[in-house]
Design a protein around this ligand. Sequence first.
Ligand code: ZN
Length: 166
Amino acid sequence: MEPKFITDVNVGKLGKWLRLMGYDTLFFDEHDDGLMVKAAIAQGRIVLTKDSEFMKRRAISTGKVKAVLISSDRPEQQLSTIISTLKLTDEYRPFTRCLECNAELVSRDRRDVKGSVPARVYEKHDQYMQCPSCGRIYWRGTHWQAMSGKLSRLALSQQEKKGEDL
Ligand SMILES: [Zn+2]
């Protein structure tokens, strides 16, 4: 089964990257860690946090909740930690989930989005994805390409590391 995540406030940016990879990710933005544990248990989510104290909680030490401790401050390095710890290299589905509200995107034809995207975008792109929840429309623009490039470099560097281990 595809992993689902919950990101602590201290790794919020990482959460966006995970959504970008297509993972169901909840952003936890309250200060009561107990609530985060409850949500993780109720929804079967893996907790991602920079808080080493959190890792000492009973629910974690007993294995009731799975958690990954993130040490780096850089989102790319953080993502790299998750990819290697959970071995996510081959299974992600980039650009299938709304970065803002976590809903799964649906594909839209060009004619569906006419008038909803800037004319210069409409001229250049044939394929679009739309969030059924907030209505936001995504297309393969330069931002998309840049992030996609970063993602494949990260995944590739993980594969190379795997190769060295053999
Ligand atoms: Zn949305």
